[in-house]
Ligand binder design. Structure first.
Ligand code: NAD
Ligand code: DAO
Ligand code: ZN
Ligand code: ZN
Length: 370
């Protein structure tokens, strides 16, 4: 078949919206009509050419929602008409990682996914002249139709709006999951969140849901205070306005250090501040932000010797096929909010405007609707 897609032809270039060929699903694969997709910083990281592992040409996008149009041979858990959210972290439920009970990093299709291919080592997308187009994070949601392995699709309820639940495919789950699955925050905790963007605001609403007593938000941009407080932030700190040492300021504000801190900036200096603002003896700091290629983190080892813990989280530690449908229920039942975070809606033809919006302070999430 043919479908319309925004194709990343070369690093650093705007995406080009065009017709592409799409082969039908092979064994274990599913053809999905994408109804909406969010634009995430990881797409921009690859589009811009900053990602040294970026492969071109490719159809980017990993934060989508859509409908199953066709299933390949052997697919048993999905049928035509099901509503689905693609998962860049699949859940096969049979690999060593899935069975460990210790991680969400399913490795079943890891190697081919990293090469921009489906599990049989080929692509389903190609240009009209036959040149293969790579898949991206196993999802490629910047296309009206895409083919995705069955193990990388979460089946969700049919009454949930695509233009909101697509955000659960990355930002919402990453932020809330970092609180619930990775940090396992307890009622009454004191917490600090660095970076009040599309991820950090979801950390904040996760902390409110977990029953944290103090939720300090830190951002360079004062305009983030209002939206942070809306989602449950109790204190706001702009580091440019703090006189003296930022760690000392946060330790005093949290009465001895935070039980949990979260980096949602991707800045390695912020990651160090986050670790050192955690409470002596038990404070845990969770790295969510993806730092620039080749960047390294540092602190004095004595920070860890004296009981602080550094952890990282991918996709909020969520096992997608199991957890994503529950998060969709939380949204539909009013337990979490998504609508105020979808600040911009675009058509596929406007997708490059979405990447420009991302660099402006007033955009939390831009969503393309097909
Ligand atoms: P965003 O740009 O929407 O938000 C970042 C926020 O951090 C902005 O509000 C910005 O003003 C603030 N900020 C920047 N530098 C700061 C500093 N030095 N001190 C305080 N605040 C600062 O980005 P986002 O979409 O929220 O993503 C945040 C990070 O999470 C990115 O690095 C992204 O790649 C990463 N991410 C990780 C995962 C994962 O699974 N671990 C998933 C998705 C995104
Ligand atoms: O299993 O080695 C692996 C790869 C897991 C990829 C997880 C990526 C999470 C961070 C990227 C940001 C997502 C938008
Ligand atoms: Zn993302
Ligand atoms: Zn697995």
């Amino acid at each position: 078949m043919r479908t319309r897609a925004a194709v990343a032809l070369a690093p650093g270039k705007p995406l080009e919206v065009m017709e592409v060929n799409l082969e039908g699903p092979k064994a274990g694969e599913v053809l999905v009509e994408i109804k909406a997709t969010g634009l995430c910083h990881t797409d921009e990281f690859t589009r811009s050419g900053d990602d040294p592992e970026g492969i071109f040409p490719a159809i980017l996008g990993h934060e989508g929602a859509g409908i199953v149009l066709e299933v390949g041979e052997g697919v048993t858990t999905l049928e035509v008409g099901d509503h689905v959210i693609p998962l860049y972290t699949p859940e096969c439920r049979e690999c060593e990682y899935c069975l460990s009970g210790k991680t969400n990093l399913c490795q079943k299709i890891r190697i081919t996914q990293g090469r921009g291919q489906l599990p049989d080592g080929t692509t389903r997308f190609s240009m009209l002249d036959g040149t293969p187009i790579h898949h991206y994070m196993g999802c490629s949601t910047f296309a009206n139709h895409t083919v995705i392995p069955e193990i990388a699709l979460a089946k969700v309820r049919k009454d949930a709006p695509f233009d909101k639940i697509c955000y659960i495919g990355c930002g919402v789950t990453t932020g809330i999951g970092a609180v619930i699955n990775t940090a396992k925050v307890e009622i009454g905790a004191r917490c600090v969140v660095f970076g009040l963007g599309g991820i950090g605001l979801n950390v904040i609403q996760g902390l409110r849901m977990a029953g944290a007593d103090q939720i300090v938000g830190v951002d360079l941009n004062d305009s983030k205070e209002e939206v942070g407080r809306y989602f449950g932030m109790t204190d706001f700190v702009n580091p440019t306005k703090v006189e003296g040492d930022m760690v000392a300021h946060l330790v005093e504000l949290t009465k001895g250090g935070a039980d949990y801190t979260f980096d949602a900036t991707g800045n390695t200096k912020v990651m160090r501040t986050a670790l050192e603002a955690a409470h002596k003896g038990w404070g845990e700091s969770i790295i969510i932000g993806v730092a620039a290629a080749g960047a390294e983190i540092s602190t004095r080892p004595f920070q860890l010797v004296t009981g602080r813990v550094w952890r990282g989280t991918a996709f909020g530690g969520a096992k997608g096929r199991t957890d994503v449908p529950k998060i969709v229920d939380w949204y539909m039942n009013g337990k979490i909010e998504i609508d105020p975070m979808i600040t911009h809606k675009l058509t596929l033809d406007q997708i490059n405007e979405g990447f420009e919006l991302m660099h402006k302070g007033d955009c939390i999430r831009a969503v393309v609707e097909f």
